[in-house]
Write a protein that binds this ligand. Sequence first.
Ligand SMILES: [Zn+2]
Length: 213
Amino acid sequence: MPVLDELLYRNKQWAANRLRQDPDFFSRLSAQQTPDYLWIGCSDSRVPATEIVGLDPGEMFVHRNIGNVVIHTDFNCLSVMQFAIDVLRVKHIIVCGHYGCGAIRAAMSQLSYGFVDNWLRHIKEIIVKYEAELVPLDEDARLRRLCELNVIEQVKNLGKSKAVQRAWDAGHPLQLHGWIYGIADGIIHDLDIHLHNREQIPSIFHMLGKSDA
Ligand SMILES: [Zn+2]
């Protein structure tokens, strides 16, 4: 059986199992999605967003990219955020990184990996920002800490965005969180960064104009 046929076969099995457990599952989902969460995570195949937090289809809106970064010129991520906030009215945005992240490891090296170097340079900026904290660490500890710092910086980037600040200004109870997932044990750790109002963001990033960007 060709490889892709195997995947299609597994899909039919999955759908049949779902229906056995819950006959209304697909008809209910097809009506609408009302997720409370937006997940921004790494594309890494070992970090399947919905599965590791035990949620079902329909319960979490998901955006994944290499290194779980929030870049203010990335129309894909910005569009996902705006739709999740304004249309789906999510209550929480979770940036979830993971230990052993290949993107972070690549950003720590001086090797070129091709076009993706343009993406990874945003992580290199974080290395420079936290150089004093990172340099004394051995390589393993430095990688782990940079995986954490990258999440923290991306949560701050969310807070600097117009879409998030506009929601806060409108009184929408939107909270931003930073987590990190351990591939070796399957456990998520809360990095204790929680943003829920403009005052937690440096004032130079307060977006007071009327632009929709
Ligand atoms: Zn990764």
